[in-house]
Each structure stands twice: as structure tokens, then as C-alpha cells.
Write a protein that binds this ligand. Sequence first.
Ligand SMILES: [Mg+2]
Length: 382
Amino acid sequence: MVITNVTTYLVRPRWGFVKIETDGGLTGWGEAVIEGKAATVLACVEEMKDYLLGADPMRIEDLWNVLYRAGFYRGGPILMSAMAGIDQALWDIKGKHFNAPVYQLMGGPCRDRMRVYSWIGGDRPSDVAKAAKEKQEAGFTAIKMNGTEELQMVDSYEKIDAVLERVASIREATGKYFGIAVDFHGRVHKPMAKILAKKLEEFDPMFIEEPVLCEQMEDFKEIAAACNVPIATGERLFSRYDFKRLLQAGGVDIIQPDLSHAGGITEVKKIASMAEAYDVALAPHCPLGPIALSACLQVDATCYNAFIQEQSMGIHYNAYHEPLDYILNKEDLAFHDGHVELPKRPGLGVEVNEALVLEEAQTPHSWKNPVWRHKDGSVAEW
Ligand SMILES: [Mg+2]
């Protein structure tokens, strides 16, 4: 079997899909995107096509090494996201070839279903107690929300109190044991992160996320020492080498590699195993489409340290289309009691709605996140 074609598609709300075709008639799909630079990532996939056409799609490790090592330059959001989409599509082909879900080719599942959490509150969190209660009533056992709006390096206790009030309102509405994850989103810098993390302790959060950016990964240890709250991060890291430094720096309890940013299934499986050796849990980042989500579930299925999965149904970014619009087997990604069953179909387990993909590709999106500014006119982290 050889690869005969590689095609890329920009699809709303902000995603990029890759289709790999073979001479045997098998087709694989992947999701290659970094949010806000989707077209750049797909251009990178197009450039990588030269290494793929005529190659054996079953040799995933070898093709991964060709794209990573033989390309001379490696790592970073663009190259690793392009590789991630290609890698997912290759695993999809392999699974279809052996008529088995991908996780069956990676040792088989170590769980039957995966716990998922739901986003609430949007970019500027409001009405979060009501939203959390609705998710709880829909069966979810955990939610995640943005903690703050703009926050300067040193900012007011008024803004800290606003976060605490929001989290308190969710705790009150949902009860003592409901999972509440608070995403600092890299908006908070160390001076305020230590304070906020410490004050959030009393609400028993499931975790806090990106309390500072991974550019400051040596600070996680200090923040961890200042609070008794699990710390999660990793959506802006792209390879096992990035995660090696994070794990060695210490202070982090949960890693969140993104299956469409960090080299795909092949790389994230290795990252997850490395984290397991540090007693660090796995919660893959996935505010993306259905192909990325099913790639996450394949890895979650085989990783003992995976404990919860992000997913983007109803997330505030999803203008025009939701993940399930792009697949025909929607029932396979349905949530029951806050869990999703492992995919049962061969490959990644999604039947892509190709008609919608082709239609979307006619009007390519160029989604960007907003540019925020502080009151003094300086740029704020979004
Ligand atoms: Mg995040």
C-alpha cells in the first residue's frame, strides 16, 4: 500500500482537516491545526506531502522520523501540528487496514469509557453557577471555566475577589464534590498566580490550568509550594522534549498535550508514558473538532494516567459548526453520565461528513483570537 494523495481543508469554526488517500482505497483523516494559524499549518502539511506521496502508510514511526528528523528543523507549533494531523490520518488508515480501533493496535484499552468535562462561561466568565448547574443536570461530573478576564502582572484584589466569587457560586450550586477546573489561560503572572492559587484552595478545585505560561515553567514548583491545588498545563508544548523539561522542572500534576499540536497519537502516547513515570496525570487538551477528539480517546484508552478528557461541544468558539456536524456517526461521541464510550469503529472511529468538509473548504475561515488590551493601553494576554 502506498500514499497516493494528501488533501487539506479549512473548516469552521477554526479547524483544519487532512485527508490521506492510498492506492488500496483506504482513506485516513486527521486534524492539523493551531488555533489562529490554521492556514499556515495546512500549508506546512502541503509542503510535507513530498515526503508522503509513494510512501507506505503503515510505517508510521518511520514517516514520523522522516518528517521530524530528516526535515532538519523540528518542534514548535506549526511543524508539530502539521505532523500531528498527518500522524492521526496514518493511524486511521492502519486501524481501517486491520479492521480495529487504533487503541487495539497500541496494547488495547485499559478502561471502558472516558470521563469528559464541559466548558462553561466563555472568554469573559459570567453566569457560571447557572451554566455549571445545567451541565451537572446533563450528567457531567466536572466543568472548566476561565478564571479571570485581563489581569496585569500586578493587579487589584478586586479582580481576585471576582474569581473567588465565581468559583464560590459554582461550588454552592453544584455541591461539595463536583469537579471545578479553573483555567488561568496564561492571563495571570507569577505575582498574582501565587495569590489566586492559594485563595482558590478553599473551594477544592479539580485543578488550576496554566497558572503561568510554560515559558515560565521553572515557576510551577514555587506556585505548587504556595497552594494545595493540582496544577495542569501543556497545551502550548509540542514534543516529548518540551514535556521532558516540564516534568524535570517539577510542580505540575496534570499534563495537557494536544493531539493536534504535539505530534499526534505517536508522540502523545510517548509523552503520556513519560509523565506516568513522574506520577503525573494526563488530560489531553481538545477545544477542537471530532477527529482530534477521537484521536484523544484512542490515547486515553491505553494510558493508565488519563483521568479526564476535554471536548468542545457547545464551547464559546464554536460559531457556525459544532464537532458533531462533521461526522455521520454522531451517536458514537454521545456523552452519558459525564463519560463517552471508547470508539468502536476501525481506525479513529469517526465517519467524516465529507460533503460538509468540501462545502466549508469553499469559504476558508481565518479565525483569530481577539487582541485584548489593559486599561493603560498595553497588550493583555488572552
Ligand atoms: Mg487552556
